[in-house]
Design a protein around this ligand. Structure first.
Ligand code: FE2
Length: 203
């Protein structure tokens, strides 16, 4: 009897295939990568059920390899579920509760966007705007891979994928142009819905 539940990929919202500046071909290929993370998460958890726990070793062991790569698979799932869910909107400046948090913690929408853009240009995989529950504020964090460098007790609200698979078909190496398109397609109602659902304190 396995002690984990297999999960299935979330459906892709139809609006994701009609984005402004991020092609349907890119989204379809990107979604297949996400499906792959879900499949590997399920596969790894199944294999952990069978592993010899007494052979655990920090240099190399099966349990170590499985658990390290499980973090990559789970990161790939969570990151992409945020990414796909909050695209498909009209973009523009943030509105509502997220805007209030941005104004308080970054000074203005422009300063938040400039900082997230720079974080995305500096990252090798991701840039996230997250609410840190210990500090009680937003910050833009950088990630180099699916499993680096999340911060404990922080809730991501914006997830900017800067892996080349997110933009190379549409923009080749022009990541900055892709980031422009990302901002044009954000759905602020989704982000504000998360703020309400997670009960992030409003300003
Ligand atoms: Fe991605």
């Amino acid at each position: 009897m396995p002690n984990f539940v297999e999960i299935r990929p979330r459906e892709l919202k139809p609006a994701l295939r009609e984005l402004d500046g991020i092609s349907r071909t890119t989204i379809d290929a990107h979604y297949r990568l996400y499906q792959g993370y879900v499949a590997k998460r399920n596969e790894i958890l199944g294999r952990i059920e069978q592993v010899d726990l007494s052979a655990a070793n920090q240099v190399y062991s099966e349990i170590r390899a499985l658990k390290v790569d499980l973090s990559f698979a789970i990161g790939g799932i969570k990151n992409h579920e945020i990414y796909f869910e909050h695209l498909g909107g009209e973009g523009g400046d943030p509105i509502g509760a997220f805007r209030s948090l941005v104004d308080r913690d970054f000074g203005s929408a422009d300063e938040w966007q400039a900082d997230l853009r720079a974080t995305g240009m500096a990252g090798r995989g991701w840039a996230w705007t997250a609410f840190d529950w210990d500090e009680g504020r937003l910050f833009n964090y950088v990630g180099d891979a699916q499993n680096t460098f999340p911060i404990w007790n922080a809730t991501p609200l914006v997830a900017l994928d800067v892996y080349e698979h997110a933009y190379f078909l549409d923009y080749q190496t022009d990541r900055s142009a892709y980031i422009d398109a990302f901002f044009r397609n954000l759905d602020w109602s989704v982000v504000n819905g998360w703020i309400a659902a997670y009960r992030i304190p409003a300003v």
